[in-house]
Design a protein. Structure first.
Length: 406
């Protein structure tokens, strides 16, 4: 789940312009692109990607993002790029600097956790309209909000902090917009291998399907990589059986099955856990599911989608394909419409793919030059919401309306 103690970043500013660039793309590459305004075409993306930082399903650091490709021309894989005059455009909201973004599937809105140094609405939870990014309401938090998770009935929003100890989770009743529960995650008991962690951060949260009062949380030692735990909490009370391992990300397949992934070390360890009445039990293991240091992954429609572009079927235990025309990045898939969307590290842009055949059908330009891609989610109306860091190191919410997507 979302982010952690140590983050590695390589910045895309200062990347050399390719010799083959056209005069127009060369001019665009020389511009200092801001966070607002209409979409602009930039020069080609640089060849190098950033080393992934610690991450989670609800946010965290990513590799260095590329520069958006020039508009109009057909790609090598037969996919065109968006950006023609008069076409719909992505919407950047850089008056906000945020840590995380999620979609409310019942109300068709986005929630963002706003950083304490944001230009507006600092240290709050903000609700955004997918249509135009209008801030519908905000709710101030006592400390900087970070990781977000929502129950599948849309009733409860969980807010965790990560980089502040002790790790605290607050629960918001969305009907009344009040905090109805607050608790600290407690210590991680010493097991002979790991030291005592008296006050870990909360690096990820997921709400158990069908159980809005139960969450699975990733607890992370803020002083060193790899000292983590996954635990189940009922109304803030932790079940006794805790899974101890190096864990950067988790995804819930259903009310029983939890997948964990380790992006901190080589080997790409993935453990399969079952939720029980007393906590968590390990029931399976896969090695080298994704490339080493893959920042994050998603579960959708029976498949696991890695941010390296790999798609893995945990039922068969085999890789089913990969989005080879994309260098990888934050991903969201939807089997109902047979689409996968990937924020493409290094080469830039939002890639739109056929989910089941892995073919690229469209590249959507970004509204500003990015340096990091953080997260992407999809609202019920088809709008994509993403967290993308600008050259000014502001993590801006960016919305991609359905009319922009094939």
């Amino acid at each position: 789940m979302d982010g952690v103690a140590v983050t590695f970043r390589l910045w895309s500013d200062g990347r050399p312009v390719p010799l083959g660039a056209t005069p127009l793309s060369l001019l665009a590459a020389m511009l200092v692109l801001g966070c607002s305004g209409a979409p602009r075409s930039a020069g080609d993306g640089g060849p190098e990607g950033g080393q992934a930082g610690r991450s989670s399903p609800v946010g965290g650091s990513r590799g260095t993002a590329g520069v958006a490709g020039t508009a109009g021309a057909a790609g090598a894989a037969g996919a065109g790029t968006s950006g023609d005059a008069g076409a719909a455009a992505a919407i950047s909201l850089c008056s906000l600097s945020v840590n995380d973004i999620i979609a409310d599937q019942t109300r068709d809105i986005f929630y963002v956790s706003v950083r304490s140094d944001s230009p507006t609405n600092a240290g709050s939870i903000a609700a955004l309209a997918p249509s135009d990014g209008t801030v519908l309401w905000t709710m101030a938090m006592p400390d900087e909000p970070d990781r977000l998770a929502i129950s599948d009935d849309g009733a409860l929003l969980y807010v965790g902090n990560h980089d502040v100890a002790p790790g605290t989770v607050r629960r918001i009743d969305l009907a009344t917009r009040t905090v109805d529960l607050q608790f600290q995650v407690g210590s991680i008991a010493q097991d002979g291998t790991f030291p005592m962690v008296p006050a870990p951060g909360v690096s990820g949260i997921a709400v158990l399907p069908g159980s809005p009062h139960t969450i699975v949380g990733v607890l992370t030692d803020l002083t060193q990589d790899g000292d983590d735990a996954v635990a189940v909490f009922d109304d803030g009370v932790r079940r006794p059986d805790v899974f101890r391992s190096s864990v950067s990300s988790i995804q819930l397949a259903d009310a029983i099955t939890v997948y964990t992934f380790d992006s901190y070390f080589t080997g790409g360890d993935m453990y399969v856990l079952n939720v029980t009445a007393t906590g968590l039990t390990e029931v399976g293991y896969f090695g080298s599911v994704f490339a080493d240091f893959t920042p994050d992954f998603r579960y959708e429609g029976g498949w696991l989608f890695g941010e390296d572009g790999t798609v893995f079927d945990p039922t068969s235990g085999k890789t089913v394909g990969s989005y080879t025309s994309s260098p990888g990045g934050p991903v969201v898939a939807d089997s109902a419409i047979d689409r996968t969307y990937i924020l493409r590290n290094n080469v830039g842009g939002l890639g739109v793919f056929v989910r089941n055949t892995f073919s690229l059908i469209q590249v959507v330009d970004l509204p500003f030059r990015p340096t990091l891609f953080v997260r992407i989610v999809r609202a019920p109306d088809g709008t994509l919401g993403a967290n993308i860091e600008s050259a000014a190191q502001v993590v801006c919410p960016v919305l991609f309306p359905p009319s922009l997507l094939q």
